[in-house]
Design a protein around this ligand. Structure first.
Ligand code: 13P
Length: 252
């Protein structure tokens, strides 16, 4: 059975003090609620991963990296490898976020390499993808999403999908306050699940969590998460506030 997941992508926010405080507050908040099997993930910036790992001890919160390089090691100034993450016991990584694609030139081909490297290191991947506003206006959103998935993930064996979580994040909804409607989210998530059925069969399709990301807030989460093919959210802005984040966890 696929899991429900609420993941906070903190992006380039929170210094070490703020990181510790936010985790402390989320910990306090989730103590008071029933998680009902929902996974809770937070993704601080690289320099704060170790402190975050330490701070989540004694709770169900998992710590996830926001990115990693595809190479094993070497002359890649400013980059972080899979083995460095593993050495501090970070076992999951976000790959393919639209901000990485847009501002750092990450292509489907690069992401395919990153996916392979992460899997070779037995890491779980939260794989992000989604169309631009222009794609949606031109009615190309389904074909764009299909090609993003095919180019970076569909070379994998079915068994590799145990380590993949998908995060559909329409770029026009990220940080804009504009959310996909519940109907738009369900329509795309069902389309994605059907792609998995066609390529890998029902087992993989039914067991892969597909998250929605893009301006999810406590006020709109319930109706988005209520869709049968939406298994949770990848949250930006609202994940920076413990009260909002805990409210999102309670939105299933
Ligand atoms: P917002 O929730 O701020 O729109 O960000 C979504 C996102 O990019 C999560 O990865």
């Amino acid at each position: 059975m696929r899991k429900q997941i609420v993941a906070g992508n903190w992006k380039m926010n929170n210094d070490i003090k703020e990181t510790k405080k936010l985790i402390k507050d989320i910990k306090k908040g989730i103590k008071k609620i029933k998680l009902k099997g929902t996974r809770v993930l937070v993704s601080p910036t690289f320099v704060n991963l170790t402190a975050a790992k330490d701070k989540v001890k004694g709770s169900k919160i998992e710590v996830v990296a926001q990115n990693m390089h595809q190479a094993k090691s070497g002359a890649f100034t400013g980059e972080i490898s899979a083995s460095m993450l593993k050495a501090i016991k970070v076992k999951s990584v976000i790959l393919g976020h639209s901000e990485r694609r847009t501002y750092f030139g990450e292509t489907d081909a690069i992401l395919k390499e990153k996916v392979n490297t992460a899997l070779a290191n037995k890491m779980e991947i939260i794989f992000c993808f989604g169309e631009l506003l222009a794609d949606r206006k031109n009615n190309n959103h389904f074909s764009i999403v299909e090609s993003q998935l095919k180019n970076a993930l569909f070379h994998l064996e079915a068994s590799a999908w145990k380590k993949i979580v998908l995060a559909y994040e329409p770029v026009w909804a990220i940080g804009t306050g504009e959310t996909a409607t519940p109907v738009q989210a369900q329509e795309m998530h069902a389309f994605i699940r059907n792609l998995l059925v066609d390529k890998y069969g029902n087992d993989v399709a039914e067991n892969t969590s597909i998250l929605y990301g893009g301006s999810v807030k406590p006020a709109n989460a319930k109706e988005i998460f209520a869709n049968p093919d939406v298994d949770g959210g990848l949250i930006g802005g609202a994940a920076l506030n413990a009260t909002d984040f805990v409210a999102l966890i309670q939105s299933f």
